[in-house]
Design a protein around this ligand. Structure first.
Ligand code: 5RP
Length: 218
């Protein structure tokens, strides 16, 4: 099976968790794109979604699924999103698709976080995937120097601007042994908007697509 087929399997399994849910958050990425396609069948039950990116918003609207502003929606029942890496504590690295800031906001505003991924994303230690850090453009070089002090090798994601008008540094070679501590440390650097470590608010359920079926970790 291809990686994309495994992503689709995880997305299919997620449908079970959103049956009867009227208000949900929607992440960003190729796994979530499968989920959005499948969600169209349940759209009669859905009062609204809150989307984490312009890309997901466009897909939702094209399928006739209502998209709300988070300020109007209030607390969400469940947030469904992918991950670039997830560890056995359900802590994640996210932001490969650049939507980390809105993803973290919606994760915080949701009662449950359902992470969907193919099994290759399940890792013992976070950090092999370059860690995305969204920064205010004028702070890019300064934050990059701070990342070097932390042992990483930052690379500017050139020709890319986030939905919030900011830049992204992809930080290579970090072995993230204490994800909540590193999340706090990087969050506290002036100019950092969001770091792609999702440890202070980890996932609640992880669905991993594998050739043998779905591994549901709870
Ligand atoms: C986007 C993300 C995605 O969840 C992450 O990049 C996984 O993407 P995919 O489902 O395409 O593998 O954090 O900002």
């Amino acid at each position: 099976m291809t990686q994309d087929e495994l992503k689709k399997k995880a997305a299919e399994a997620a449908l079970e968790y959103v049956k009867g849910v009227t208000l949900l958050g929607i992440g960003t990425g190729s796994t979530v794109n499968h989920f959005i396609e499948l969600l169209a069948d349940l759209k009669g039950d859905i009062e609204g979604t809150v989307s984490s990116s312009e890309g997901s918003t466009k897909r939702l609207k094209e399928l006739g699924i209502p998209v709300l502003d988070l300020n109007a929606a209030g607390e969400l029942e469940i947030y469904v999103d992918g991950a670039d890496e997830v560890n056995p504590h359900f802590q994640m690295v996210k932001g490969g698709g650049g939507a980390l800031t809105r993803e973290k906001i919606i994760a915080g505003a949701s009662r449950k976080f359902l992470c969907i991924a193919d099994e290759s994303k399940y890792v013992p230690v976070l950090g092999k995937f370059p860690l995305p850090v969204e920064v205010i453009p004028m702070a890019r070089s300064y934050v990059a120097r701070e990342m070097v002090k932390l042992g990483g090798q930052p690379q500017w994601r050139e020709n890319y601007v986030t939905d919030n008008g900011n830049h992204i540094l992809d930080v290579h070679n970090l072995e993230i042994l204490d994800p909540p501590a590193l999340e706090r440390t990087i969050n506290n650097i002036p100019g950092v908007v969001t770091v792609g470590i999702f440890a202070l608010r980890p996932a609640d359920i992880v669905l991993l697509g594998s050739p043998d079926g779905i591994r549901a970790l709870k």
